[in-house]
Design a binder for this molecule. Structure first.
Ligand code: PRE
Length: 218
């Protein structure tokens, strides 16, 4: 339960800021603990195992959304946890996000990690080919599925302007062999062959929307 803040007077400002400082200190301590655990989890993953576990990421965010209450907007909650997860991946193994025209979504999802911008979706996809576990964040507006895709798609997000975003990972990302797509349905991850994804209807039919939308400036 979130304890309510009583109606403030200007005189209360100092006291309220002191309360914030205490909360921030506790949050910081818990975040350091979360990152230490994530670092240890990374040590249990072998050098050839993928660091990024999309199904678990979906579960982590969905867990928080399910229990959410209070003044914090749900978009803020999701954004914070996406940044925590992006950072947790980075402390386990360095990786790069490749984007084409979707920088805003990539920053929202991953925060201050290394982002490389490519002129086209096919060039961003090409950058995944080395299988290092890098991730591409592509807008469906670019019809990236018109070309052969040798990567894993592991999440779809909808922007508030209606654009759909798909996350694709290099061959080290997924847990199966061959190009598989991963879709989120009912908070669980489902797989299908990326090679089978030939048109927009096909993609929309196979990927259920994720439990949140990414706000963009209108
Ligand atoms: O559960 C893991 O395997 C983790 O590495 C932790 C964590 C997280 O921050 O919750 C981070 C990266 C993975 O993609 C999934 C989840």
């Amino acid at each position: 339960m979130v304890s309510p803040v009583p109606s403030p007077s200007p005189d209360d400002l100092f006291a309220l800021r002191e309360r914030l400082d205490v909360v921030d200190r506790d949050l910081h301590r818990l975040l350091r603990e979360r990152f230490a655990i994530a670092e240890t989890i990374g040590m249990t993953k072998g050098p050839d195992e993928p660091i990024i576990r999309p199904d678990r990421e979906v579960e982590v965010v969905a867990n928080r959304l399910r229990l959410h209450e209070g003044a914090m907007p749900r978009d803020t909650l999701v954004h914070i946890w996406r940044v925590l997860i992006g950072g947790a991946c980075a402390v386990q193994r360095p990786y790069t996000i490749h984007v084409s025209g979707t920088l805003e979504a990539a920053r929202y999802l991953y925060g201050p990690v290394t982002i490389v911008r490519w002129p086209t979706a096919s060039e961003a996809l090409g950058a995944l080919a080395d299988g290092s576990g890098d991730v591409a964040v592509l807008s469906d507006a670019e019809r990236w599925w018109d070309e052969p895709v040798s990567a894993h798609a592991f999440a779809r997000f909808e922007l508030t302007d209606g654009t759909r975003i798909t996350l694709l990972g290099g061959s080290g990302v997924g847990t199966s062999n061959g190009p598989r797509a991963l879709a989120v349905r009912n908070d669980r991850l489902h797989e299908c062959d990326v090679a089978d994804l030939s048109d927009e209807d096909d993609i929309l039919g196979r990927f259920a929307p994720s439990p949140f939308t990414i706000p963009v400036a209108q």
